[in-house]
Design a protein around this ligand. Sequence first.
Ligand SMILES: NC(=O)c1ccc[n+]([C@@H]2O[C@H](COP(=O)([O-])OP(=O)(O)OC[C@H]3O[C@@H](n4cnc5c(N)ncnc54)[C@H](OP(=O)(O)O)[C@@H]3O)[C@@H](O)[C@H]2O)c1
Length: 283
Amino acid sequence: MPKPIALVTGASSGIGRATAQGLARAGFAVIAAARRLDRLQELAEQNPGVTPRQVDLSDVDQVENFCAEIIGYDEPVGVLVNNAGYSWRGVVEAAPMAPLLRMYQVNVFALLRLTQAVLPGMRARRQGRIVNLSSIVGRFTFPGSGPYASTKHAVEAVSDAMRHELLPFGIRVITIRPGPIATEFNDTANEFSAEAAANTPPEYQPVLAAAGAAFGKMFGQIRIPGPEVVAEVIVEAITSDNPKAAYAVGPFSDELLPLRAKLDDDDWLEGMNQRFGLAGLKV
Ligand SMILES: NC(=O)c1ccc[n+]([C@@H]2O[C@H](COP(=O)([O-])OP(=O)(O)OC[C@H]3O[C@@H](n4cnc5c(N)ncnc54)[C@H](OP(=O)(O)O)[C@@H]3O)[C@@H](O)[C@H]2O)c1
């Protein structure tokens, strides 16, 4: 029997890299995709069974070429881990369209196109696993995370729909909801902060100061784990006979996801506004 093919996007770093390693160790033939080919080659040298594939998922033509390649594989992709993604951080009013469109292309549209490319092969075999990286902010939103969180809410929505549509074919769709994880994610998000700050009207200053202080306090109280904790959950979801629909992992996920599910919108707003020092704030 040939080893099942697992395609992992965003495999040059963080959660994707650790997942590619975990799947290679579990016996999958891993296609590791990202832009930084040198990183992927190093990963392949260190992990037999990993094949690098350079692709820029923000480039529609490159995504289409990659999809055509996937459809033409002799052996269909049995596992797809839609992991590549990043965050543009800033208030909604300050988010220019070009970076938003690019983030949606990587976080949402590339995920959709790659999923469409692997599904005919999975349907033909009546089996397959699709793992979509959401976030705790796929189920709620923090101040300053609206644009990014909206991409993860979109990932949650298509995952929910596909779970219904694909279970009759034996295909399982799994969402992963990490809290903060120590990867390059934060550095990448910070790169965009300057653009957001330059675009943000100064009147937001008291709002940002209050939220920033609250975030500082929240993050000061936790230990942020490395990407291996998420990779372990992903490999478990892929290799389990009966995976859950969604997995929460990492700081705040235990507390905030159940709290959001329990509270109505007004109670959530009031509670989080208190937490962020925004209750009663008038600018
Ligand atoms: N870390 C967290 O706190 C956290 C929390 C919740 C959810 N997540 C989600 O987890 C996933 C992985 O994030 P991470 O924490 O592992 O971050 P990371 O270390 O920054 O890794 C992101 C990966 O995405 C790839 N990528 C970014 N833009 C790309 C593009 N245009 N084309 C192809 N690949 C691209 C990067 O590769 P190249 O730069 O080489 O292209 C990299 O391999 C993301 O979807 C993120 O939203 C992360």
